[in-house]
Design a binder for this molecule. Sequence first.
Ligand SMILES: Nc1ncnc2c1ncn2[C@@H]1O[C@H](COP(=O)(O)OP(=O)(O)OP(=O)(O)O)[C@@H](O)[C@H]1O
Length: 603
Amino acid sequence: MYVHKKDYLPLLRTYLGAQWRSVLLMSLLLLISIGLQLANPQLLQIFIDAVLQGSAQSTLILIGVLFVVLALSTQGASIVATYLSENVAWTATNRLREDLISHCLTLDMSFHKAHTPGELIQRVDGDVDALASFFSQAIIQLVGNLILLLGIVLVLFQKDWYLGLMMLGFTALAFVLLALLQKYGRPFWLAYQVKYAEFFGQLGEHLEGTEEVRANGATSFVMRRFHQFARQWWQIDYRRSVAEFLQFAGTLTIFSLGNILALAVGAWLLGAHAISLGTVYEVFYYTNLIILPIKQIRNQIQDLQTADASIERIQNLLKTRSTLTDAHWPVQNTALPGTDTSQTYMLRERYQALPVGALEVAFEHITFGYNVDEPVLRDVNFHLPAGKVLGVLGRTGSGKTTLARLLLRFYDAQSGEIRLSGVPLQKIELEQVRRRMAMVTQDVQLFQGNVRDNLTFFKRHVPDAQINAVLNELGLGRWLQALPNGLGSELGVGGAGLSAGEAQLLAFARAFLENSDLVLLDEASSRLDPATEQVIERAIERLLHGRTGIIIAHRLATVQRADYILILQHGQILEFGPRAELLANPASHFSQLLANNLQVVLS
Ligand SMILES: Nc1ncnc2c1ncn2[C@@H]1O[C@H](COP(=O)(O)OP(=O)(O)OP(=O)(O)O)[C@@H](O)[C@H]1O
């Protein structure tokens, strides 16, 4: 499906508009280089005819020098134009990449669950890459090549209309034959590309699972799979190579045909004294010169088709909006196609501010399902005063993590309302919601970067002394001292070189440094040994001081310090109340849970 030109224009205007000077200069250089390319063969013709007419040596030298100057100028113009076009393309595509990444970050979790990282990488990188030549060359060079083509045909018509006709006929024939060759080769290329993508998919999967593959003795199975795959790939690649060779040979034949035609018509016209020998050479030269624009025009039309598909996919991504009602993150680039700033400002005015200090949390009859007709939480209703700690218990799959996700507004509930200190969650700017809360989970994401950046999320203003104090408090002081560069030591990809427990301690350190008003701990100490857990327990005590806390746990010991207890069962509240009260009541589920060591109530 082709994208209408009205879809091209906003992209060109947004991303090339700021670089109009470079684009103008590029177009100018292109026109100059076309003019020079057209002039060069004329000089050769003059030179040959001058030699045949026995002109003075000084005249010949002058023509020769002029030819060299023109040839060098053509090269110079094309070097500068290439430099400019690469610059324009990189600047434009990098801006587009940035816009796409920041747009993806505003989309909610349901979008990210539905689209694999690989797919988004393809959008943000692959599709944008396909647009690079669209921005830098496709349109300008397509026009340039058409002008050059037209120029050559016109020059020849002006020499002799037989020559013009010959060139016109040859150009048309070359286009048709090249299109046929391209059509022939396309299926082989597509099959190759599909296999290529499959190969990298498989390779990625196996490399990620190396540890498991080795531990389970599955190496020979994996190698056999690769071997089978390589055999299929080889066959496909072989057919592609043959097709490619045939295309290459076909193209050469077409252009040899052009040369034969040019020489034959030239010889005939020379014999009839209609043109000079110099002109025969000029025609021969033009026939070779025309080959490049014909080839390039075909490639550029193909580039435009690829760009078409990429533009459509990019537009669709940009049109995807967060499904969270009301609040959107501030739109960074107001010129992006599909963004409506007036709406954003209107929404921002409607935001309500949160009071400072610990936050109060209220769930009012919340019902939510990842799929609308399969509720995961049903009529969840509770109130946690500011500065208090809630312990959430429940069996696997009862909806504990979902509760936290709703609070962080990764999803909106289907019915009911969540309030933070009395303000409905949907009326609070999303950035505020996330800034006022810190969450520590079982799955810690560490980034390639140094310890400092990983702990502060690249915030430079956090003093080293504060980070050191937090690490010491978490019992990571010795670990830090053992690092070669202290806080500046690099962590490998995904926190390589750290044990799972150490990584979890670093996640705690992040929460400490964020200085949030509501702390969510989701099975956060599950990977720690008992001794480390004790260190963490004391640290959590301090972390929660003066803040509201929600601790999601499987083990009862983890919720010892909670002021309130909430027990979830199949997405519904089985019990909620102050911990002391529930403890004092032997009939409460919590007391029975303690008495039976977690066996009875949650089953
Ligand atoms: N992204 C998702 N898409 C669809 N269903 C989901 C998603 N995440 C969780 N669920 C489902 O929602 C239910 C509740 O999951 P949740 O993670 O909230 O449970 P949990 O009590 O935290 O479990 P655990 O103790 O194992 O962490 C489960 O049945 C789960 O399969």
